[in-house]
Design a protein around this ligand. Sequence first.
Ligand code: FES
Length: 122
Amino acid sequence: MDWKNAIKVKKLKPGKTKMVTIGAKVLMVGYIDGEYIATEGLCRHMRWPLAIGGKIKDGCIRCPLHQTTHQLSDGELVEWSPFPILPSYGKLIGKLSKQKDLKIYATRIEGEHLQVDTSSES
Ligand code: FES
């Protein structure tokens, strides 16, 4: 276990996410459906920062750039670069990187901070 302070809890609003850095790691943290979450912060497709414009719906995070979608519970890939505006383009640029699940980190509240176990990638 390697618990690190990520952000003050009072800075997390229900349903919203924030980008934080812990050492060299960029993470997305949030308070979603009554639970604190922490995921890797950059989209697995082309590294867009997910806290900037990422949409959370039905327990998933959807990247605003090409709509790659992962489950927040375990990071499992749901859809890879569908880019509905121009699906053939999405399919093409989807091949630029290897399909991967999103890393998810354990969280806990300690005092006034949300802490992330940076050794707990799943
Ligand atoms: S960068 Fe996120 S879907 Fe392409």
